[in-house]
Design a protein around this ligand. Sequence first.
Ligand code: ADP
Ligand code: MG
Length: 694
Amino acid sequence: MTPDTPLSALRGVGPRRAADLASAGLRTVGDLLARFPLRYEDRSRFRDVSTVSAGETVTLAGTVVSCGLRLTRRPGFKLFEAAVRDAGGTIRAVWLNQPFMANVLTRGADVILFGTVERRDAGGLQMTNPQYELPGRGNRESIHTGRIVPIYEKAGCVTCRVQRALVHDVLEQLPADAPDVIPAWLRQDLGLPGWRDSVAAAHFPDDSSSIERLNAFRTPAQLRLILEEFLLFQVGIGLRKREVDAERKTRVPVVDDRVRAVARALLPFRLTAGQRQALKDIVDDMTRPRPMQRLLQGDVGAGKTIVALLAAVVAMENGLQVAFMAPTEILAEQHYLTIRRQLAPAGYDVALLTGACAARERRSILGRLAAGRAQLVVGTHALVQQDVAFAKLGLVVVDEQHRFGVLQRAVLREKGWRPDVLVMTATPIPRTLALTVYGDLDVSVIRDLPPGRRPVTTTAKAQARRAEVHRFVRSQLEAGRQAYVVYPLVEESSKVDVRAATEMADHLAAEVFPEYRVELLHGRMRPGEKERVMRAFAAGDAHVLVSTTVVEVGIDVPNATVMVVEHAERFGLAQLHQLRGRVGRGAHQSYCLLVYQDPPGEAGEARLRALVETVDGFVIAERDLELRGPGDFFGTRQSGVPTLRSGDFVRDRDILEQARQLAAAALEKEPPESPLLSEARRSWGDRFGLAAVG
Ligand code: ADP
Ligand code: MG
């Protein structure tokens, strides 16, 4: 048996179990061992029936004095009961609807029970569905009771108990000299235990281990395995970075006075210091032979678009094409309008390619792109995935906002394109996650905001005070400003949500703000209709824009100063921060009013409080990560967040940082075919599930 042995080859794992384990990401022995228990339970101290009382969870060892199956009044419902006696007395154990227990427990058998004690109405003590074990059978070490036991998450039909037995079997069969991917020099330096001992101790710790430490995942064995996982991941990132560094672009742009003059002529304002630095980073990258792989971070409103556009000008002035990708069609349309307006004086050929394009228009755009006539194309991520051909694609800008489509880079490479890639994100990413998800990107951060911006004033209000909210909105409308009212979308384009938003828009239009123009924007509208609404709002013709979360990203209307979020308790922190970023974009003081259903719930309240307390996106990002964990932070799978089996991005941040440094050292020292590097290569897809990403 080796870590590579498929689980389906194990005794007791048939096709059904193998499939269920596989759907939990467990295919090999190595997978099974790398995955930590959820927690540990101390079942090592035996109690005595005379000392236990109702409500306690205890381990008992005794002998079955009588047992049998009983029918109950409910037809077909069977109950197996056993009287178990130890030195202190007798307790009743019952198993509901588990008739097979009749084949497991017989009179006179020794048994260990673990469970919560209840007092019976009839008097006496009872355990219902306790964990059990028959000690001394075939010399088997007890694994489910009588020790500190690991508790695993159920995988389909494969219960915790079955997994525990599986892991135990596997550990017994592993050769003593099982290979260790952490190089010996590193283990010695850090005094790390070996792999074989570590997996054994992480799953079946001996009784002297501290249960608190185990449950904090801080025993030496656990720490070593966490470090190993992060090390593999960081070495994987290092290897990929090496590959990219060796790539060469087909044409390296040059920035001379002519290019500078064109860019300057297009610039509508003075760049902030942060924008200037970011632009310098980007242009430096672009004028180097290896393709740029840069992440541009900046809070909403920091002014990332103009920086990307100036980069686009550099590419276009060098005869290269630019693809500008947005996360949604609405945003693509909006970007297109802004970009076309800003680039108009230079006379570039700019196209918009979305699902809404008519077939003939689409063919024409594709033709212009393939012939190299269209210089910049705006679209969604589908741009690079479809049958789009570019004559000379030089720059790809990915405006991710807070969605993370690391995927596209892989697609680009598959197509044999080696353009410069600029990924922009509006959600400041906590450092830990930036290191992981975007670990192989260079990062520029715009920390300052364009001049004259005032921080948005944020308040949370219970629904009962909605009238106050409406009065406030009215006062802003009277002052000539505009307002957003946002409804949560439970499912994108869901009918029910659309109806709720529609009704609210009607209500606001007819009863609350009858003298103002209220418009509705939602995901099920036809693109032309959406554009009409957005145009009207952007032009100031519509005063209140009621919408589902589709406007959360990108829309830019400086005269809008109020953002009302209904059911704010349902939104995630990052999302709320994005929504708030829609206002505060002009010279006027702006307001964000979070209307919540009372009580908002503990988590909801924590989020609302975070929003009210700070406008700093970086602080919010850290808070969000703590509140939700990394999976939810990024929202979706395929986001580039690796599947972890041992480590945890929040709990183990410090180890991740350490692993990053060690990985750099290991990449210098270890030969390409060393166990660590080979395993890191393999892990990327197999273990971390990132094959299709990055
Ligand atoms: P984001 O980083 O959220 O994408 P945008 O690029 O949409 O931000 O910029 C937000 C707004 O700020 C836009 O209206 C843009 O024209 C304006 N803006 C950007 N940079 C500056 C600047 N240096 N001075 C003044 N206004 C700016
Ligand atoms: Mg933007």
